[in-house]
Design a protein around this ligand. Structure first.
Ligand code: AMP
Length: 593
């Protein structure tokens, strides 16, 4: 048996330890937790606290607790904890020693060698301090490797030659982006950039600000900043809401008996929408994209040179981040391996490579397909009734639970039809319909009634679909067994027939759809009649865009027809739209081909 070399991700916020056993990477858990908060403290009974317990006492007793020691690595300074001074190496060593003990308890043998990761920008002094911390903890540090290199190693991608990978790492308090080159199994950081004062904590701070503002409006004169306990609870509630918003369009923020004000208890209760939250953090996300640009420039590469994007760090679970990167690079970023754990996994792989043991790719259970529903939405510039709205994306680790909000189309809509599809096409009808149901008896309210749809997919491929009216909680759900089954060949045909049968046997009303969340602003405009107007407007817009490509004659016709359409739109003359639309469609078709 070859020797054991553990892999350690010594993070600013959290640390993890992993090992390769029989060719497989395991992230080692400590009492069910794979992450050890990078906090150290001394309790009021003079006990040494490491991890969660130290994190819990941090806000209440900061003088007896230390966090983010990684930021001080390499500095010639002392940090005071409960009246005693420590070097940054000593504090890091306490965390490393705990990780070593966690590994030993799991492996049931002593461990003396480790690979430890550091940010790509760490100087020699900072690397040396990390090495010393390992030695103080009783570990022989076999190698210090860069975090983006470890992330690349944890993905199979690293074994394929000639690739340029962008590693986007947003943790709790730091942001790093690196361009990594992979050439015949050699992984090298080509350029790296970042901001070591930007991370998920800043996102929390925005929500905290929002909560404090809400409390101020609701309880004028209340000053919670005086109560460490209340501030600690608000901070935790904000972080929880942030994490919930990664999977759901709304998050409830609730804390009972937060404080007393004028002799009465103060209860915190508010709802935050993902849309509002995304506005709060937009500037931060933009800042990270500028850093991405700087890293690319540093590597003398452009967006189109990047073959893959890897997401690292807990904050990359924020959907806005993946969406922005996808927009910029036209590549779906990889998040199959838990973004909190892939650096430790890569360090363990490096350890196994040094020890001369075989390593297979990190195995993760992911969904090979996208699942979603359909709604009225903008597809290729036109409003279309069956636009596919993905809810669980392909390659998401399992189990997964995601929800989205949709809106009813017209006043007094009593029923919505929920169609569930598996597939990747933007037109839902080109995907495979794997289930459908109606929720009936909705409230008699104007259009725009919020309907939530939640998809839960487990490791056995069982898909639970639930839809509910947000204002009343009225709900309906179905269970689709075997949702991950590969529908191929004959099975595909059987599935199609099954669905056709359902179509034939149920009364289908095209009106009972709903509208996608992203088109919420359009929702107020849209009744069935308005849909025609919107289509016409989209056609006018498209025509306008294509004017440059047209010959003089065509351009005159296009302008004339646009004029007629605009007039019909202004008059809400739905029948008057048809003729000019047909003529324009012919011209555009000709221009496009
Ligand atoms: P790391 O330093 O990589 O462990 O990342 C920790 C940060 O990730 C903290 O700010 C967490 O609040 C944040 N985080 C963890 N899970 C999520 C999530 N589901 N959505 C958004 N942020 C998250």
């Amino acid at each position: 048996m070859s020797e054991i070399i553990i892999g350690i991700d010594l993070g600013t916020t959290n640390s993890e330890v992993a090992v390769v056993e029989n060719g497989k990477v395991t992230i080692i858990e400590d009492q069910g937790d794979k992450m050890l908060p990078s906090f150290v403290g001394i309790s009021d009974n003079n006990e040494l606290l490491v991890g969660e317990s130290a994190k819990n006492q941090y806000i209440l007793y900061p003088e007896r607790s230390i966090k983010s020691i990684k930021r001080k690595m390499g500095e010639d300074s002392k940090i005071n904890m409960a009246g005693q001074d420590y070097s940054p190496q000593e504090i890091s060593a306490i965390i490393l020693k705990r990780l070593k003990a966690i590994a030993e308890a799991y492996l049931k043998q002593s461990v003396s060698k480790a690979v430890i990761t550091v940010p790509a920008y760490f100087s020699d002094t900072q690397r040396q301090a990390t090495r010393e911390a390992g030695e103080i903890a009783g570990l022989e540090v076999m190698r210090i490797i860069n975090e983006p290199t470890a992330a690349a190693l944890s993905y199979e991608t690293a074994h394929k030659a000639h690739k340029k990978i962008l590693v986007y790492d947003l943790g709790g308090g730091t942001f790093d982006v690196s361009v990594v080159g992979v050439e015949d199994d050699v992984v090298e950081v080509l350029a790296s950039h970042g901001n070591n004062q930007l991370g998920g904590d800043d996102f929390d701070a925005k929500i905290i600000e929002h909560i404090l503002q809400h409390l101020d409006e609701k309880y004028p004169g209340l000053d919670v900043s005086q109560s460490r306990k209340a501030i600690a609870r608000i901070g935790r509630a904000a972080e929880l809401a942030k994490c919930n918003l990664s999977d759901n369009p709304f998050a409830a923020i609730q804390e009972e008996y937060l404080e007393e004000h004028d002799g009465a208890p103060v209860h915190l209760s508010l709802e935050l929408s993902r849309n509002d939250y995304e506005v709060m953090i937009d500037d931060y996300v933009e800042e990270t994209l500028e850093a991405v640009h700087t890293a690319l420039t540093g590597a003398k590469l452009t967006v189109s040179d990047i073959d893959e994007i890897l997401l690292v760090g807990g904050s990359t679970r924020t959907p806005l981040i993946g969406e922005r990167l996808q927009e910029k690079f036209k590549l779906q970023p990889h998040a199959e391996i838990d973004p909190d754990l892939c650096v430790a996994a890569g360090a363990a792989i490096q350890g196994a490579m040094i020890a001369g043991s075989d390593v297979s790719a990190v195995l993760v259970d992911i969904t090979p397909y996208t699942y979603g529903t359909s709604a009225l939405g903008n597809l290729g510039g036109m409003m279309y009734e069956h636009k596919y709205i993905p809810i669980i994306h392909k390659n998401t680790p399992l189990p997964v639970s995601k929800s989205e909000v949709f809106y009813t189309l017209y006043d007094g809509q009593k029923v919505v039809e929920v169609d569930v599809y598996q597939g990747e096409a933007t037109d839902a009808l080109d995907n495979i319909e794997i289930g459908m149901f109606n929720i009936e008896g909705l409230s008699d309210v104007p259009e725009g009634n919020e309907i939530m749809v939640k998809l839960d997919l487990d490791l056995d491929g069982v898909l639970n679909v639930k839809a509910w009216e947000k204002c009343t909680g009225l709900e309906k759900s179905i269970v689709i067994e075997n949702a991950i089954a590969r529908f191929a060949g004959a099975e595909l045909e059987t599935a199609r027939q099954r669905i056709e049968h359902i179509f034939d046997t149920k009364e289908q009303t095209a009106d009972d759809g709903f509208i996608e969340a992203h088109s919420q602003t359009e929702a107020s405009e849209i009744t069935r009649q308005h849909q025609a107007v919107i289509q016409a407007e989209a056609l006018v817009e498209k025509t306008q865009r294509m004017l440059d490509q047209a010959s003089n004659d065509d351009r005159e016709d296009m302008q004339r027809l646009m004029g007629i359409l605009k007039q019909a739109i202004a008059d809400n003359d739905i029948t008057g739209l048809q003729e000019p639309e047909a003529e324009l469609a012919d011209i555009l078709y000709y221009l496009e081909s």
